[in-house]
Design a protein around this ligand. Structure first.
Ligand code: ASP
Length: 427
């Protein structure tokens, strides 16, 4: 492991000098560099722009060789980072509940750097695999910004030494972690693949083995006739689909296809063959070394709008001490009540300097504030459109931008820009 040999260019998480930095020019160019499908006229929120579960006939799909070893002379070097989650859980004999356990002993023999003892399939892949774990492993319900910082730091410190990273994570908050890492890791050009499972890998019938092996193959895949990685962004590989991490939401607590991206097509499909939707993958300009922005400011609240919400509730949600931003989870295309008390409470919050972002509670589609008066009034008060962003991506993006020490005006500006392919701007 390269824990004691950090990449010199990566700032230590405690480096406060980073905190005041603005997103650099390279990030801006990535921001405007939208995936091919998004460059043309913005698509309307309709069937074409909703989650597409099957390949779009107009897109080009690239299949990786079934024998991934055949791709190049050098063995892919992959770092598995284990955080916990169902994939590595066992049943507590006393309570019968699933609890995290030290999974590394399961896939790696205790004293040797090989995987033969417990998980021979990893050896058969023929990769150079190393293993890192956060300690103790957690149910992902306990994921938080400090652990995102730890994960980002593990990736940054090991970045020069590996071709790709596979993060084993609980499904409950995987979409949040994928979104957070996508913002924390600027200039990322290597794959960061998150996966987990619905059933523990140690059970007889389970989905963890397939998800893990597939995630490793995706992390090892290269572009045709090139040493460049096929995936150059943070993704979730789960069940039959590969998704952009910051577009993804957990949709089922039981289905082996636990995730879906409703507003951006799948980046790949994992059936008999693994195929990539190459036109939808981010192709970042190689503008500089990886830059880690570890700080996430947890000063963001999510406020659900529902029939029956009253002034006291709304005021309480908007006046949490230390809060700097709020996500309004609105109806439909960004609608909310138009009663005077509601609008005046929102106006007061905006006047007090809160950054408020309108994000629809609908899983598919997005905010079109001008469509109804009920949404337009929010825009007139200074509430920003979240377009088709997921709540997970909006939350972690706000935490990231405030974590970088930006002013509310600067944060508001970057919330209207797609920094990592996380939303489609429709104005
Ligand atoms: N509670 C688990 C977790 O998120 C669920 C899972 O992994 O599927 O850690």
């Amino acid at each position: 492991m390269h824990k004691n040999n950090p990449a010199p260019r990566v700032p230590h998480p405690s480096a406060t000098s980073r905190v005041s930095e603005k997103p650099e020019a390279s990030e801006m160019s990535r921001a405007s560099e939208k995936p091919e499908g998004e460059k043309k006229t913005p698509p309307p929120y309709g069937p074409r722009n909703q989650g597409q579960m099957s390949p779009d006939a107009t897109l080009s799909w690239t299949k990786i060789p079934d024998n991934v070893d055949a791709q190049g002379e050098s063995k892919p070097r992959i770092l598995i980072i284990y955080t916990g989650g169902t994939i590595g859980m066992i049943e507590d004999p006393k309570t019968g509940s699933l609890v995290p356990f030290d999974f590394k002993h399961f896939i790696k023999s205790a004293n040797k750097n090989d995987y033969a003892t417990y998980f021979p399939k990893l050896n058969r892949l023929g990769y150079n695999i190393e293993f890192e774990a956060i300690d103790p492993p957690i149910d992902s319900s306990n994921m938080n910004p400090a652990r995102w910082e730890e994960l980002g730091t593990i990736i940054a410190n090991n970045y020069p030494h590996f071709d790709g990273f596979v993060i084993l994570h609980g499904t409950d908050t995987m979409a949040y972690t994928a979104s957070a890492l996508s913002f924390m890791l600027a200039n990322l050009t290597k794959p960061v693949v998150l996966t987990g499972s619905q059933l523990p890998i140690g059970e007889i019938r389970e989905d963890g083995t397939l998800n893990l092996i597939t995630a490793l193959q995706i992390a090892a895949a290269r572009q045709p006739n090139s040493i460049k990685p096929m995936v150059q962004e943070v993704v979730i590989a789960f069940g039959r689909y590969l998704w952009r991490g910051n577009r993804t939401t957990k949709v089922s607590s039981t289905d082996f296809g636990a995730f879906r991206s409703f507003n951006y097509p799948s980046l790949g499909q994992m059936d008999l063959h693994i195929t990539f939707n190459t036109k939808r993958l981010l192709r970042p300009e190689e503008t500089g070394p990886l830059q880690l922005y570890p700080k996430m400011e947890d000063a963001v609240n999510i406020i659900s709008i529902f029939p029956g919400i009253n002034q006291k509730m709304l005021e309480a949600e908007l006046s949490v001490k230390g809060m700097r931003a709020g996500i309004l989870r609105t109806f439909g295309s960004g609608n909310a009540p138009t009663e005077d008390w509601f609008l005046s409470t929102i106006k007061k919050a905006v006047d007090n300097g809160l950054v408020l972002v309108n994000v629809t509670a609908c899983p598919a589609g997005g905010v079109e504030e001008k469509r109804y008066e009920t949404g337009d009034l929010l825009a007139q008060l200074g509430v920003l459109s979240g377009y088709d962003v997921t709540c997970e991506a909006a939350l972690t993006k706000l935490m990231h931008l405030f974590g970088r020490g930006l002013s509310p005006e600067e944060v508001a500006h970057y919330m209207t820009i797609s920094m990592r392919g996380e939303m489609t701007i429709t104005d």
